[in-house]
Design a protein around this ligand. Structure first.
Ligand code: KIV
Length: 278
């Protein structure tokens, strides 16, 4: 599929809404896929208008929005609300919603019931974590017409089993990760997020798969990249080593709030143009 140029590079989907079939076409054309998280309508509207190809309503909302220190407490109901908000504000990007911890591990029937709730509020696809153990679930979802994105490497929902936030797939574990990637591709995933794996391993998986890989802390040879939007935009002081701050949104927000407070206290806001004389 042809990918027309924009001032910023080739456009996935030719400028039309990004859909599942565009992803493999983008990989074949060597067009990088751009993915960010979003959890609410105003942010999604801005990120979509900026040309982001995929918006992930990630269970990272647990850390980013809800104030938890992991993704584990996030409920399906919370993902449903966030997905509805993001989908309403998005016109071009493909909306992928995370299946949160506890909403799919019991098996295909539970996963299907959870995924249907996310699709009904506007998700174009769902994402779940895990490799060979998830093939039956992936098949059940894809057979029901729900595209699935996989997630391998550091899988945050398994943080307790993995012993913390650690790079995955080093040494012989790399072969296991490749086997997982091939198995979930065979089961029908439309793409695979690779989180915190060594760069050569991410390149090997990317080479081995026909569907795109989306890296986060996995080097530049993936077919696309994803970041948590608050890390990307510099919303917080801390960000992970694999992220780059492309803005200083946190500092800008703090300054705006301080300026507003000063104007209210000084009596310079509101001014006559802000009130109704009659
Ligand atoms: O929930 C999330 O934000 C994610 C990304 C880290 C890929 O799964």
């Amino acid at each position: 599929m042809a990918t027309p140029e924009s001032p910023y590079g080739p456009v996935v989907g030719g400028g039309r809404p990004v859909r599942v079939h565009h992803l493999t076409a983008a990989k074949a054309a060597g067009t990088k896929l751009v993915m960010l998280t979003a959890y609410d309508a105003p942010t999604a509207r801005i990120l979509d208008a900026a040309g982001t190809d995929l918006l992930l309503v990630g269970d990272s909302m647990g850390n980013v929005v809800l104030g938890y220190d992991s993704t584990l407490p996030v409920e399906l109901d919370e993902l449903v609300v966030a997905t509805r908000s993001v989908a309403r504000a998005t016109t071009r990007a493909l909306v992928v919603a995370d299946l949160p911890f506890g909403s799919y591990e019991a098996g295909p029937a539970q996963a299907l019931a959870s995924a249907v709730r996310l699709v009904k509020v506007g998700a174009n696809a769902v994402k779940l974590e895990g490799g060979r153990a998830r093939t039956a679930t992936i098949q059940a979802l894809t057979q029901a017409g729900i595209p699935v994105m996989g997630h391998l490497g550091f899988t945050p929902q398994s943080v307790n089993a993995l012993g913390g936030f650690r790079v995955q797939g080093r040494g012989e574990a790399g072969d296991e990760l490749v086997a997982d990637a091939l198995a979930i591709e065979q089961a029908g995933v439309m793409g695979v997020v690779l989180e915190m794996v060594p760069e050569p391993l991410a390149a090997r998986v990317t080479e081995a798969l026909g569907v795109p890989t989306i890296g986060i802390g996995a080097g530049a040879r993936c077919d696309g990249q994803v970041l948590v939007w608050t890390d990307m935009a510099g919303m917080t002081d801390w960000s992970p080593r694999f992220a780059r701050k492309f803005g200083q949104v946190g500092a800008a927000l703090a300054q705006a709030a301080a300026d507003y407070g000063q104007a209210v206290r000084a009596g310079s806001f509101p001014a006559p143009e802000h009130w109704f004389a009659s």
